[in-house]
Every structure is written in structure tokens, then in C-alpha cells.
Design a protein around this ligand. Structure first.
Ligand code: F0G
Length: 451
């Protein structure tokens, strides 16, 4: 009989204590944080599912690589190793290191966009949207209409609506669209994958119109695993072959190495365009650093070079995707509404269905996230009306799983806490805003309970 249990493909060499608080302490802490979990101290959090970004554990191989880091200002061999690793997977000509993903976005959109332009994406992440909009361009989300219904089970809910892309181009004209982006996996839309078939269609439309296609590649390895599992013609491909094939459909990418780079910091921007690369490098030098380190230490470049390859390991990806599904399946089995099917890096609670008595303008997602903290010291993040204001299509609470960090018993605890909150959901109240910043307001907003 084949063995069914999927185990963590590692053993633990170094441990980090986590911190318990009492419910009374959490009530005080939450009030002091203005009901915004970003404003908590992480020492007051027991299980931190705020993000999978930069929060994962590095391997012994990566830690060894860190000691090999060469900290030369220019021409560091660490950069060569970094560049080789990135190019091995992406095949792109120019590789610019950046301190994280949003720095790559800023360089890309500054060079490519101007006021009045439109940038289509399946779904822009919050920093991506903000970096497009600060140039005066408009960020347009064109995800499949079915993806907006949380309960619909489809294999590739991250796909772009190709017909909508074509009609947008026909309506506004090709010259208004400096680039098209495809986010793999689609974080803000539930961590859902994009199929190779869809990427090929998007690429064909872009090529026919002469519009460059860029990937927001943060979770490219998880996306490749979903393709291997769900697109029959790829079942015998390695995740790396799949990633290589997908990158070859585009002209470049932005990347946060804090996700599938398996590092605690870092990112990069790639392009095949020599002219753009030169402009991007000039901006990089102005704000990030010399092009062989781009705001990172040489040791960070080493960690990323190794981490990118580790993220494509089949044993790792099998465990990674299974452990996310484990959380989703156990709460969904008890009736908890989640975005189906479970995504790659996170489970998304459907707060609108979880708390139907809380209207959208009272932030059901923020209220649910606050309750999970009160009940069990779990930190999650709202992806809904607080994060996206009027652009919000759903009211979600994301439970993002850091890579290689928590064990199954941690997740069993999270399941228990969510089910407890689910049982007393009718008592949960909405919130109102008492302070908001002009952009990316969710990071610093203050709220208080209504009534
Ligand atoms: N694109 C996507 C799809 C992302 O998920 C993120 C970050 C970024 C770009 C920006 O990268 O943080 O390195 O500047 N997402 C994190 C998250 C923060 O929690 O989902 P960054």
C-alpha cells in the first residue's frame, strides 16, 4: 500500500520559543493596537500567520551560504551566484537585485508607466497597485469572473480573463497599456494558481499587440506545483521545467525573494529589454544601491541563490501545498466558509459569509481577524475593504503559512481556535475607522468597535 502520510521534509536543528498570553492580556493589547493586528508586537502573538513573506525558516545549506557572502561593493561573486540562479530559472537577460519585491515594482512602473496609462493584472497585490497608481497610471484587475465567488471550486482560479484583456486593449488602445502583469500565484485572489494554458493565451495576446508581459513571480514555485498536479500535460515535468516554460512566455518579472526565494529579505527585477534595463539600473543606483547588490548584503544574495532552487524541490512543494490544504480542509469540513480550493501559501476565510450580520462598511474581515487573536493569539490579515477600499471584491481574512516554520500540531491548534470562533460568530461585532493614512491605509489604520 502506498504511504498516505505526508511529513515535513526536514528535521529541526534550531528552535525559536513562542509566547503565550492570557485572554485578558490580549484584550488590553488589542485595544492598545487599535484593533489593527499590524500594530501588535510579535512577542504578543502565539502563531503568526500575518504573512508568508520573509518569515520562513532557512535551510542549513542557506545558512552555510550566508558565510560565503562576499560583501564587496562592486563585482561581488555572491552577485554572480545570485544572477546564475535567477537566470537558470527565469532565462531573463538582465537581473537587478532589490531589497524586496516592491522596490522592483517601483523601478519597473517608474520606467514603463505614465499618467493615463492602464496596467492590467489578474489581481494586483496592494503594493503593486499602489506603485502603479503613484505613477498616475491605473491598475486594472482582470481575474476570471468565477474567481470572485469564494465557494466555486476550479483548478486555476488565478487565471486572467483573456476576453476582458482583449476588449480592454480594443477599447483604450494598445499605446495606453505599457505592460501586462500576471501574478503567480494570485495572492489577493486567494493564493490561486494560473494555468500554463492561460499564461500562453495572455502571452499570445500581448505578443500580437506588442505589449510586454511581466510576471509578478513571488510564488512561482507553488504555481508550478499546481500546474504539475492539475494540468495533465505537465504531470511528468519537474517544477523547474514548468517554471522555466512559464517565464519564457514573458519579457521579465518582479520578484519578492521573501516568498519562493526562501529568504528573509530581498527581491529582484528581470527584463529582456536592454534599454529599460539601463534606465532601471540608473534608478536602482539612485535609491537602492549598486547593481551588484541593489540594497542587499552579499550574504542575502547567497541565501536567495540557494533558496530559489530549494523552492522547486518536489518533496518540499508536496509538503508545502499539502500542509496548506490540511488547514483549509479541516475547517471547511466543519462548515467554515473559505476560498475554495485551498491556495498555495494561505487559507482565506470568507469573512462576508462567516459574519453575514456585519456590513461591509464595518469591516467584517478586520473584526474576524481581531477575534482570532482574542481567542487564541493567532495573527492573520484582512484582505478586503480596509486593504482595498472601493476596489475590494471580497471580504477575506488570510491565514498565511510561513515556509518550513510551523508543524502540524501548530496547525491543529489554529483549526481548534477557528472552530471556536465559528461557534460563537453571531456575537462578533463590526468596527469603525478612527484614523486612516492616504494610501496603504491598512498598515496603520486605527479602529474601534461599533455601538
Ligand atoms: N507581489 C505579491 C503578489 C506579493 O504577495 C507581495 C508581497 C509583493 C508583490 C511585494 O513584495 O513585500 O517583498 O515588497 N506580499 C506580502 C504578503 C507582503 O504578505 O502577501 P515585498
Amino acid at each position: 500500500m502506498p504511504i498516505k502520510t505526508i511529513i515535513e521534509p526536514f528535521r529541526i536543528k534550531s528552535v525559536e520559543p513562542i509566547h503565550w498570553t492570557t485572554r485578558a492580556q490580549r484584550e488590553t493589547l488589542l485595544r492598545a493596537a487599535h484593533y489593527n493586528l499590524f500594530l501588535l508586537h510579535s512577542n504578543d502573538v502565539l502563531i503568526d500567520l500575518l504573512t508568508d513573506s520573509g518569515t520562513g525558516a532557512m535551510s542549513t545549506h542557506q545558512w552555510a551560504g550566508i558565510m560565503e557572502g562576499d560583501e564587496s561593493y562592486a563585482g561581488s561573486p555572491s552577485f554572480d551566484r545570485f544572477k546564475r540562479s535567477v537566470q537558470d530559472i527565469t532565462g531573463y537577460t538582465h537581473v537587478l537585485p532589490t531589497h524586496q519585491g516592491r522596490a522592483a515594482e517601483r523601478l519597473l512602473f517608474n520606467v514603463m508607466c505614465k499618467k493615463g496609462d492602464l496596467v492590467p493584472n489578474n489581481t494586483h497585490f496592494d503594493t503593486t497597485r499602489a506603485n502603479v497608481e503613484i505613477t498616475g497610471a491605473e491598475a486594472v484587475d482582470l481575474v476570471y469572473p468565477e474567481a470572485r465567488s469564494p465557494e466555486t471550486i476550479l483548478p486555476f482560479k488565478g487565471n486572467m480573463d483573456v476576453a476582458a484583456l482583449e476588449s480592454l486593449i480594443a477599447r483604450v488602445g494598445r499605446e495606453k497599456i505599457p505592460l501586462v502583469m500576471l501574478t503567480v500565484t494570485n495572492n489577493s485572489g486567494g493564493g490561486q494558481p494560473v494555468s500554463m494554458a492561460n499564461a500562453k493565451e495572455v502571452s499570445a495576446v500581448c505578443k500580437a499587440q506588442g505589449i510586454p508581459l511581466y510576471f509578478d513571480a513571488c510564488r512561482f514555485a507553488e504555481n508550478a506545483w499546481f500546474i504539475k498536479q492539475r494540468e495533465p500535460e505537465y504531470q511528468n515535468h519537474t517544477p523547474k521545467q514548468i517554471a522555466q516554460e512559464m517565464f519564457a512566455l514573458g519579457d521579465g518579472c518582479t520578484m519578492s525573494a521573501k516568498k519562493d526565494g526562501m529568504a528573509n529579505i530581498g527581491g529582484f527585477l528581470c527584463t529582456n529589454d536592454d534599454v529599460l534595463a539601463r534606465q532601471e539600473k540608473d534608478l536602482l543606483i539612485l535609491t537602492e544601491g549598486y547593481p551588484t547588490y541593489g540594497g542587499l548584503a552579499g550574504r542575502d544574495l547567497e541565501a536567495i541563490a540557494i533558496g530559489l532552487q530549494e523552492s522547486l524541490d518536489e518533496d518540499y512543494l508536496r509538503y508545502r501545498i499539502a500542509s496548506t490544504a490540511y488547514l483549509g480542509d479541516h475547517i471547511a469540513a466543519e462548515g467554515v466558509p473559505i476560498v475554495q480550493p485551498p491556495g498555495g501559501h494561505a487559507i482565506y476565510l470568507d469573512a462576508a459569509a462567516f459574519l453575514p450580520h456585519i456590513p461591509q462598511d464595518q469591516f467584517p474581515g478586520v473584526a474576524l481577524a481581531a477575534e482570532l487573536y482574542l481567542e487564541g493569539g493567532i495573527r492573520s490579515v484582512e484582505i478586503g475593504s480596509l486593504m482595498f477600499a472601493a476596489a475590494a471584491k471580497m471580504e477575506l481574512v488570510r491565514l498565511a503559512i510561513p515556509r518550513r516554520t510551523y508543524t502540524q500540531s501548530h496547525i491543529d491548534y489554529v483549526v481548534e481556535i477557528i472552530l471556536e470562533v465559528w461557534r460563537r460568530r453571531t456575537q462578533i461585532k463590526g468596527l469603525k475607522l478612527t484614523y486612516e493614512a492616504p494610501y496603504l491605509r491598512h498598515f496603520t489604520a486605527h479602529l474601534e468597535p461599533v455601538g
